[in-house]
Design a protein around this ligand. Structure first.
Ligand SMILES: NC(=O)c1ccc[n+]([C@@H]2O[C@H](COP(=O)([O-])OP(=O)(O)OC[C@H]3O[C@@H](n4cnc5c(N)ncnc54)[C@H](O)[C@@H]3O)[C@@H](O)[C@H]2O)c1
Length: 352
């Protein structure tokens, strides 16, 4: 029996509801497929921080980095009781940076035509994968404040771009396109206005693209990319971009595929532990009310199963989610009437 050990961090808000939902689904599949999935639950998040001041213990990060776990499944982090968001920064960004999970892989795939806001676009039109750089850019916290809370205040947020970091994410995008028969890779930056860091992206993109002559290399400024994603999403197969632009563009992508409740993601570095999480946040407005859509977490768990070597199980999850979307057995924000638990039951029932 193949065995995998998974670290679970439900985290804050609806993370506490959608992670157990995803675990129910993969446990159901594992029982059928003869997989031995075991879990360790990590009490990390706002409650823990408010209780004892702990954000991310160093020994936990070391264990995640040690190979003890095949994957980490995370819910969401963010709580209005912690306005500084320090715990989220230490836990989620901390894991991305310290485990060097440089790929934030975010598929944008419409599973059922009725859920996209775009007129006359269907599943064949909206089917792309975004490679968001995950360890550099504007999210490293490099910068500072000077004369804070005075009229002369200065605040600087620096964007970090290294050749190594830019090259490895662009290469990962081309390798993915090559492996999956995707005909094009689009790199998006703002090199017309950001002439240093994004000039590096331009040069590296051209150099890596030259190694993949069979794959079309496109470039769009990020503002144009946003327009084109709405106007002509069928143009896109694989998109590669920096940390900030990837964060924003994938929320746009989430809407194209039916909403934030359907958007899944993985934080990856080949050969290392993978961290899987829905794209959405902790949604304090609906937390604890059995209103959260569990499908994004369930689809993220599917990505995790592929990462652990079981792509056939991810395909079964995708097909089951597609079937429940087609049946209309969905949560309220998609126009249905189900709560989190019942929407999870619907997926499990379809899986049989
Ligand atoms: N990866 C993460 O952990 C992550 C990502 C984004 C935001 N956050 C944090 O989450 C908190 C809330 O952020 P926000 O409100 O900007 O974004 P959010 O994604 O939590 O919520 C945005 C809107 O989408 C709705 N929504 C989100 N997920 C849903 C789901 N599964 N089903 C149904 N509706 C859903 C919410 O009710 C809300 O109206 C903040 O503290 C933020 O920093 C965390």
């Amino acid at each position: 029996m193949t065995a995998h050990r998974i670290a679970l961090v439900p985290g804050d808000g609806i993370g506490q509801e959608v992670v157990p939902a995803a675990v129910r689904v993969i446990d159901h599949l594992a029982a059928q497929a003869g997989l031995d999935l075991t879990y360790e639950h990590f009490d990390l998040g706002a409650d823990r921080y408010l209780r004892d001041g702990t954000t991310m213990p160093a020994d936990v990060m070391a264990r995640w980095n040690s190979g003890e776990f095949g994957a980490v499944m995370m819910g969401a982090l963010g709580d209005p009781r912690v306005p500084s968001n320090i715990h989220a920064r230490d836990i989620l960004l901390g894991a991305r940076f310290e485990l060097d999970l440089f790929i934030n892989l975010r598929p944008v795939r419409l599973l059922d035509p009725r859920y996209t806001p775009l007129k006359d676009k269907g599943p064949d039109d909206i089917d792309m994968v975004v490679f968001r750089e995950n360890t550099e850019g504007l999210y490293t916290g490099i910068g500072g404040q000077f004369k804070k809370d005075t009229p002369d205040e200065v605040a600087i947020e620096a964007e970090l771009n290294t050749r190594k970091g830019v090259e490895r994410i662009i290469r990962a995008a081309f390798e993915y396109a090559d492996r999956h028969g995707r005909p094009s890779v689009c790199m998006s930056d703002k090199s017309n206005a950001m002439r240093h860091g994004h000039d590096l992206w331009q040069r590296v993109f051209k150099a890596v693209a030259a190694e993949y002559p069979a794959i079309e290399a496109l470039h769009l400024y990020v503002d144009v990319l946003c327009m084109e994603l709405v106007r002509k999403p069928e143009r896109f197969d694989v998109i590669v971009t920096n940390n900030l632009f990837g964060d924003i563009v994938t929320d746009l992508g989430a809407q194209l595929q039916g909403g934030i409740g359907l958007a899944a993601s993985g934080n990856l570095h080949p050969g290392k532990v993978g961290l899987f999480e829905p794209v959405h946040g902790s949604a304090p407005d609906i937390a604890g009310k059995d209103l959260a859509n569990p499908l994004a977490a369930i689809l993220s768990a599917g990505m995790m199963l592929t990462y652990l070597g079981h792509p056939e199980l991810e395909q079964r999850i995708q097909k089951a989610v597609q079937d429940v979307l087609a049946s209309g057995a969905v949560t309220r924000e998609l126009g249905g009437s189900l709560g989190t638990a019942a929407a999870t039951d619907a997926v499990i029932e379809v899986l049989g």
